[in-house]
Every structure is written in C-alpha cells, then in structure tokens.
Design a protein around this ligand. Structure first.
Ligand SMILES: [Zn+2]
Ligand SMILES: [Zn+2]
Length: 95
C-alpha cells in the first residue's frame, strides 16, 4: 500500500467532462486520488476496459436520449492523446 496521490489520469478532477456529461475516471474510480485505501495496483485488478455507463447511476435517464453508452450515439469516442495532449476521437467499437 502506498500513500494516496492525486490521480495521474484525471489529475484530481475525478473524471472527464463532455459538455453536460461527466464520466467518472476509470483509473481512480472517480475519487481523484489513487493509493492508500484505493491502491489500483492491488487485487482485484482494474478491468481492461471502462465499465459501460449502463452500470453507473443515472444511465437509465441518459438511455432515453442516447443510443450508446460509449459514444452517446455519435459513433466517435473522445480520446485524449497523452503524448501530444490533444483531444482526438476514435470510432466507437460498441455500436
Ligand atoms: Zn482519476
Ligand atoms: Zn457507440
């Protein structure tokens, strides 16, 4: 176990905001910090891919207006390129 640190993925913002939608950070689980009691490197391991918004609270409301929990119906998924620090989009693999 290590001392809690600010999440390197979301930099303590606990997630990513797309307009009015807020997606919890999958690295820290929306806590904004990792380590301490929330050591991500210890078992159980984090899932390979983020859980669908389907399993998160509030999705049932969203589902009435967007057809896909990953791309929100746009067919593209926002993606931050960590090297160039630019926001790009990738084709959605879920719909
Ligand atoms: Zn985070
Ligand atoms: Zn999709």
């Amino acid at each position: 176990m290590t001392d809690p640190i600010v999440c390197p993925q979301c930099h303590g913002r606990c997630g990513t905001r797309y307009g009015r939608l807020h997606l919890a950070c999958t690295f820290c689980g929306g806590r904004g910090v990792v380590g301490g009691d929330h050591e991500p490197a210890e078992p159980p391991p984090p899932p390979e891919r983020p859980p669908p918004a389907l399993q998160q609270r509030g999705w049932s409301l969203l589902a009435t207006v967007v057809p896909c929990p990953y791309c929100f119906g746009s067919g593209r998924v926002p993606h931050v390129d960590q090297q160039s620090r630019t926001l790009t989009s990738l084709p959605c693999t879920e719909c």
